[in-house]
Design a protein around this ligand. Structure first.
Ligand code: HEM
Ligand SMILES: *[C@@H]1O[C@H](CO)[C@@H](O)[C@H](O)[C@H]1NC(C)=O
Ligand SMILES: *[C@@H]1O[C@H](CO)[C@@H](O)[C@H](O)[C@H]1NC(C)=O
Ligand SMILES: *[C@@H]1O[C@H](CO)[C@@H](O)[C@H](O)[C@H]1NC(C)=O
Ligand SMILES: *[C@@H]1O[C@H](CO)[C@@H](O)[C@H](O)[C@H]1NC(C)=O
Length: 161
């Protein structure tokens, strides 16, 4: 995929891993770390004023993926939630929200979503532990309506933790 440029950088510091992925020529930049094999820290900086999604998946697909979806709406209100995707359709919000801490910000051009969660949340019905995930899936939209991202503004990268 020519529009997908991935620059890849991995560091190993003690028992913690981190990686930066530059996706779609910098339109979507993902910075993620696993601290002490316990806490997952994720930051997605995306050139959009709409929603931003990032998920853990055992395949390269949406179906079965554990997703965090958020943004800042037209009234300037931030939103973020813990979701699960059953298929190629709008993800379903989890009954249990396993996001520990987060920030969502938006400026004139970019939305930044950052959050922490446990590597294994223990929510076996609605989340995937990092240890059983193979890919990170990513997507975004230019509006805050949870509509289809289209075939360009989505993709997957191997998880490197
Ligand atoms: C917000 C509502 C969403 C809708 C209605 C939706 C719908 C769809 C549809 C119809 C497809 C198949 C067509 C295509 O290839 O683009 C698809 C594929 C895909 N979506 Fe979504 N999606 C949504 C959110 C997300 C989110 C939040 C992510 C990632 C965090 C994501 C990741 C993907 C990926 C990686 C594919 C291609 C692989 C596959 O077919 O599963 N989607 N989605
Ligand atoms: C990627 O971004 C650079 C700098 O903005 C630009 O020169 C280049 O044409 C872009 N490449 C693609 C494939 O969009
Ligand atoms: C908006 O945020 C992006 C991502 O953090 C940053 O690169 C850009 O410089 C910011 N724009 C302004 C006008 O501050
Ligand atoms: C949110 O922002 C605060 C203040 O800058 C910072 O201390 C905190 O670590 C951030 N949390 C996340 C999950 O990025
Ligand atoms: C990291 O934690 C997972 C459980 O989340 C466990 O299965 C795995 O063995 C741990 N790995 C190491 C190197 O401690």
């Amino acid at each position: 995929m020519s529009s997908l440029l991935i620059l890849f950088l991995t560091c190993l510091v003690g028992n913690s891993f981190s990686a930066i992925e530059v996706i779609q020529n910098g339109t979507y930049v993902l910075d993620y770390s696993l601290i002490n094999n316990e806490t997952l820290v994720v930051k997605a900086t995306v050139e959009t004023l709409g929603w931003v999604g990032v998920g853990l998946s055992q395949t390269e697909n949406m179906a079965g993926a554990d997703i965090i979806l958020g943004g800042v709406n037209e009234n300037g209100e931030e939103y973020i939630g813990d979701y699960f995707a059953l298929g190629n359709s709008r993800p379903i919000e989890d009954i249990i929200n396993n996001i520990l801490t987060y920030n969502v910000t938006e400026n004139a051009t970019h939305t930044t979503l950052s959050f922490t969660r446990l590597a294994d949340t223990g929510d076996i019905d609605e989340d995937l532990p990092v240890s059983r995930s193979t890919y990170i899936i990513w997507a975004y939209h230019d509006t805050d309506s949870f509509a289809h991202h289209g075939v360009v503004n989505r993709g997957s990268i191997p998880l490197s933790l």
